[in-house]
Design a protein around this ligand. Structure first.
Ligand code: F6P
Length: 342
């Protein structure tokens, strides 16, 4: 049995831990061989491979990024994409594929598996934690820790200068990072894509914070939108899955707050810092367990499935369940956090 492994979409801490667990268990317990596909779906599409064996995965557990590389290539949009993927799997004698990715990468795995008979197993990753069917994705915990540390640091400098500091965190469609880091860091306002925000309300929170002689910290997810208006974008370029490049709402928000309240407001955009570096212990644990269970699913030839966390158990769910709907922040959780706003 030869198993192909790929990592697609935006990278996140913990990808290497998954790869390591898959290879270690696959080689040691099942006697499998592996082929690494480079740069997400680009690998099987173009036949771009890299050797993947136990020496190749030595020492990678704490390393961020992915030894396989990543991309947002969509083979379903490429000319003869499915045929080329199938031909390359045959050429490299790959019997099954493990795709590690988010909504887009796993969406491709779902189609290849359900519609074109390619034996695929999925592993959920994204710092955004917005994949349905799993309680958590790995990468999220690390991102939240990074954002929380940043908020802690920003509090002290905000206090020294009595400024408003706006922190823009990642989160395209879901505000999980903003909500968790905002709560953990004691933000005075948390703005998420799921709930359009009222600028007057945000300014009122900012002013009430100054009244008690504290400097406000506003955490905003990059996909958050004002009540009257649209998403703030840097540019309109689309990737091959049709996503625009986000970031810009933080800058816009600081300007508006300054204009309306007369208080100095600055922005820190955390951006890719949230995706880089070493994974947290929780993410290493989760990613490792996902890898162990994914290769078990391959052994059981349980195609079209994704490994998922439910409580403390790793279970298998249909890939389709994970990719048809996003897991967004429950309004009750957001309301719960409201006690700390202002
Ligand atoms: O989907 C994960 C994510 O980190 C989003 O939060 C963010 O919008 C996007 O990726 C950024 O992608 P890129 O790395 O292509 O800028």
């Amino acid at each position: 049995m030869r198993v192909g492994v790929l990592t697609g979409g935006g990278d996140c801490p913990g990808l290497n831990a998954v790869i390591r667990a898959i290879v270690r268990k696959g080689v040691q317990e099942y006697g499998y061989e592996f082929t690494g596909f480079r740069d997400g779906w680009h690998g099987p599409l173009e036949g771009d491979t890299v050797p993947l064996d136990i020496p190749a995965v030595r020492g990678i557990l704490p390393r961020g990024g992915t030894i396989l590389g990543s991309s947002r290539t969509n083979p379903l949009k490429a000319e003869n994409g499915v045929r080329r993927v199938k031909e390359n799997l045959a050429k490299y004698e790959v019997d099954a594929l493990v795709a590690i990715g988010g909504e887009d990468t796993l969406g491709v795995a779902t189609a290849l598996s359900d519609e074109y008979g390619v034996p695929c197993v999925g592993v959920p990753k994204t710092i955004d934690n917005d994949l349905a069917a799993t309680d958590y994705t790995f990468g999220f915990d690390t991102a939240v820790n990074i954002a929380t540390e940043a908020i802690d640091r920003l509090h002290t400098t905000a206090e020294s200068h009595m400024r408003v500091l706006v922190v823009e965190v990642m989160g395209r469609h879901a505000g999980w990072i903003a909500l968790h880091s905002g709560l953990a860091g004691g933000a005075n306002a948390i703005l998420i894509p799921e709930q359009r925000f009222d600028l007057d309300q945000v300014c009122a929170w900012v002013e009430s914070r100054f009244k008690i002689r504290y400097a406000p910290i506003v955490v905003v997810a990059e996909g958050a939108m004002p009540k009257d208006g649209d998403m703030v974008l840097k540019d309109q370029t689309l990737d091959s899955f049709g996503h625009v490049r986000l970031s810009g709402v933080g800058e816009w928000l600081a300007k508006e707050i300054e204009r309306r309240t007369g208080k100095e407001a600055r922005t820190t955009v955390l951006g890719h810092v949230q995706r880089g570096g070493t994974p947290s212990a929780f993410d290493r644990w989760l990613a490792t367990r996902f890898g162990l269970h994914a290769i078990e699913a391959v052994r059981d030839q349980d195609w079209g499935k994704m490994v998922a966390l439910r409580g403390t158990e790793i279970v298998r769910v249909p890939l389709r369940d994970a990719t048809t709907q996003l897991k967004t922040v429950d309004p009750r959780l957001y309301t719960e956090a409201g006690v700390f706003f202002g």
